[in-house]
Design a protein around this ligand. Structure first.
Ligand code: NAD
Ligand code: TYD
Length: 367
C-alpha cells in the first residue's frame, strides 16, 4: 500500500530531520508536513527537499479541527506521525496554557480526526486478537519525551513500565497527551505507537535549549547561564539517531506498544558545558579554557528535574536499533553545523524571538 503520511511539526527541530530522512528514503510514500510555523517552526530547515515530488507542506494549526478533517479527506491520510508541540520547559513555566492547547487539545483533535476518518477499518476483534500487528494499513505514532516519567535519583533508568510522574507544565502536557493516545487505543481500537525519547541535540536545534543556546553564546562571547549547581543530568541523543529510531519503530514496532529511545549517554550539565567549551575553543582558535570563563551559575529553574536516563534495551533487543554516532562525534558535527550556518542563527535572532528571550526567558529562575 502506498502510504500517505501526515507528519505534524515537520518544520521544527526533530520533525525536519525526520521529514528529510523519510522523504528521501521512501519515494513511493507521499508526505504531508503540517506545521503552524510558530516561533520554533522554520521552513529553512527543509530547503534542500522542498521540491521533492513526494513532499508537501501545509501551514495549519492542529487546534483547527475542521481543517484537519478536510485535510484527511483531501489527501486520504493513511498514517500520522505526530511531533507538533510546544517543546520548551522554560516557556511552559511562563505560559502553561499554550502547552495545554497545543500538546493536549491539539493531540486530541488529531486523534479524533484519525479515528473518524479511519473508522471503517478499526475493529474490536482486530484489536483483541493481536492481528493489529500484521495489518499496518493505519498508524497513529505519537512522538513523546522521557520527561513524562519525572525525575530519577542517583540510580536507576526509565523503562517503558516506569509510572508517569511529570513535574513541569511541559511534561504534564506531554504525559496527558500520551494518556489520551493510549485511551484511544483502548476505547476506539486506534492503532497507535508511542515513543519516549531523551534529550536531543544536533543541527537546526532552536537556540533556547541548552546546547544551541550555549554554542550561540560562546560564538558571541556572551555568558553561559548554568541553572543551580549544574549537577542536573540529562541523557543526550543525536537528533538523526532519534529520526532513525522513529522510522524503524514506525515500520517494525508492535502496534499498541511504547518504546523508550536513548543512547545510554548521561552527562551532568556542567560537564557537558565544559566539553562544549573545550571543543568550541579548538574550533574558534581560542586559548584552551577561554570559553569556560563565560560560565555563570544562575538561579535555578523552578521544579527542575534532577536526572533523566533512558533504558533503551527494548528498542535495541526487539528492533536492533543502536545510535550511529558517539556523543563526541555528534557534538562536533553539531558545532560544525552551527559555525557553517551562522545565518540560520542570525535569522532567528533578528526576528521577534530575541525580544521574547530577553524579556522572559533569561529571568525564568526568578519566578
Ligand atoms: P520544536 O519546538 O523544535 O518544533 C515543534 C514544531 O511544532 C514547530 O515546527 C512548530 O511550528 C510546530 N507547532 C507547534 N505548535 C503547533 C500547532 N498548534 N499546530 C501545528 N504545528 C505546531 O520541537 P522538537 O524539539 O522538534 O520536538 C518535536 C517533538 O518531539 C515534540 O512533540 C517534543 O515533545 C518531542 N520530543 C522532543 C525532544 C527534544 O529533546 N527536543 C525529546 C523527546 C521528545
Ligand atoms: P533544556 O535544553 O531546556 O532541556 P530540558 O529542560 O527539556 O531537559 O535544558 C537541558 C538542561 O540544561 C536542563 O537541566 C536545564 C539546563 N539549562 C541550563 O542550565 N541553562 C540554560 O540556559 C538552559 C536553557 C538549560
Amino acid at each position: 500500500m502506498k502510504k500517505k503520511i501526515l507528519i505534524t511539526g515537520g518544520a521544527g527541530f526533530i520533525g525536519s530531520h525526520l521529514v528529510r530522512l523519510m522523504v528521501t528514503k521512501y519515494p513511493d510514500y507521499q508526505f504531508f508536513n503540517l506545521d503552524a510555523l510558530t516561533y520554533a517552526g522554520n521552513l529553512e530547515n527543509l530547503k534542500d527537499i522542498e521540491k521533492f515530488p513526494n513532499y508537501h507542506f501545509v501551514k495549519a494549526n492542529i487546534l483547527d479541527a475542521a481543517l484537519l478533517k478536510v485535510l484527511f479527506h483531501k489527501y486520504s491520510i493513511t498514517d500520522v506521525i505526530h511531533l507538533a508541540a510546544e517543546s520548551h520547559v522554560d516557556r511552559s513555566i511562563i505560559s502553561p496554557l499554550d502547552f495545554v492547547y497545543t500538546n493536549v487539545i491539539g493531540t486530541v483533535n488529531l486523534l479524533n480526526t484519525a479515528k473518524d476518518f479511519w473508522k471503517g477499518d478499526l475493529s474490536y476483534e482486530n484489536a483483541q486478537d493481536g492481528t493489529w500487528d500484521k495489518r499496518r494499513d493505519h498508524l497513529f505514532y505519537h512522538v513523546s519525551t522521557d520527561e513524562v516519567y519525572g525525575s530519577l535519583g542517583k540510580n536507576g533508568l526509565f523503562k517503558e513500565t516506569t509510572p508517569y510522574d511529570p513535574n513541569s507544565p511541559y511534561s504534564a502536557s506531554k504525559a496527558s497527551s500520551d494518556h489520551f493516545v493510549r485511551a484511544y487505543r483502548e476505547t476506539y481500537h486506534l492503532p497507535i505507537i508511542v515513543s519516549n525519547c531523551s534529550n536531543n541535540y544536533g543541527p537546526n536545534h532552536f537556540p533556547e535549549k541548552l546546547i544551541p543556546l550555549f554554542i550561540d553564546n560562546i560564538i558571541n562571547e556572551k555568558e553561559l547561564p548554568v541553572y543551580g549547581d549544574g549537577l542536573y543530568t540529562r541523557d543526550w541523543l543525536y537528533v538523526i539517531d532519534h529520526a532513525r529510531a522513529i522510522d524503524l519503530i514506525f515500520h517494525e514496532g508492535k502496534i499498541g506498544d511504547t518504546y523508550n529511545i536513548g543512547g545510554f549517554n548521561e552527562w551532568t550539565n556542567i560537564d557537558l558545558v565544559k566539553l562544549l567549551c573545550l571543543q568550541m575553543d579548538k574550533k574558534l582558535g581560542r586559548a584552551k579554557g577561554e570559553s569556560e570563563g563565560l560560565i555563570k551559575y544562575v538561579k535555578d529553574r523552578p521544579g527542575h528535574d534532577r536526572r533523566y536516563a533512558i533504558d533503551a534495551t527494548k528498542l535495541e533487543k526487539e528492533l536492533g536499533w543502536t545510535p550511529s554516532v558517539t556523543f563526541e562525534q555528534g557534538l562536533e558535527a553539531t558545532i560544525d553545523w552551527f559555525l557553517k550556518n551562522k545565518s540560520w542563527l542570525d535569522n532567528i535572532s533578528n526576528n521577534s524571538y530575541q525580544s521574547y528571550f530577553e524579556r522572559n526567558f533569561r529571568n525564568v529562575g526568578e519566578i
